[in-house]
Design a protein around this ligand. Sequence first.
Ligand SMILES: [Zn+2]
Length: 298
Amino acid sequence: MFRAMITVLAFVFTASSAWAQSCTGNPVAVQVLGSGAPGFVRDRANTSYLLWVGNQAKILLDAGGGAYVRFGQSGAKFSDLSMILVSHLHPDHVSDLPGVLWSGRNQRQDTLPIVGPSGDEAAPSFSVFLDRLFDPRNGAFEVLSSVMPNSKAPGVKLQPSVIDVTRPEPATVFDRDGIRVTALGIPHGNLPTLAYRVETQGKTVVFSSDQNGTNPHFADFARGANLLILHLAIGVGAKNPNQALPAVVGQMAQSAKPGRVILSHIANFDLDAAVAEVKQNYSGPLTVAADLQCTQAP
Ligand SMILES: [Zn+2]
């Protein structure tokens, strides 16, 4: 009971403050760096999350606009990261990647796995995306070509992996140092998009990204997660075939039966009405994301 009260107080505190927040000291926790969708949503950076294990941020998932600032506010160390995971190539998920790498590149000399989706007619594969950004001859950021795998310059070296989003079964993308990560393609219009499942220290965290909720395998992929991050991208009654309506988000949560749901990727719609509709379809614990908020995996 006492522990539960502390948890509630922690939620209230983190949700009400936009200043630097520590997410250290939990066995496994998720810190929201950016809880906002596109549309200039007040007080919300675009999509980005940190997965903390103990006192280290081990995974950076997505780096939308504002992630660079929030990363600094979080107190995370770039040198602690075991990997960077990218869900898809909409700018609100990746536009701050160069900024994060520019600041972090000289804080370590080892390799850093970075994972993203395969391409199609709507977007390049993640490896082509990285080439177009950082190739030493043709990249938009030639100045940051030191991060490419073959560079002889000092600093961190990215170790890219591309996951085929059309695979029906989850793909293992990382399995080492006590962290296992799998990825599953999820339907988000014609843009290749991945959800990620992270298992470490006996806890499971599933990050859904933008999706319309129609992949029948997603419920299995997310089932039993201690924490499930779902994107509440559109409001009640909205029409957007690329995103799940609040009722569908609630149904996804209900079928996955997680320890707690975090609703994120929030846009300028009636949030109370959308959350109410989620709750009509999902009866478990639920947190509405805020930037820098830290939630321990229950
Ligand atoms: Zn998107």
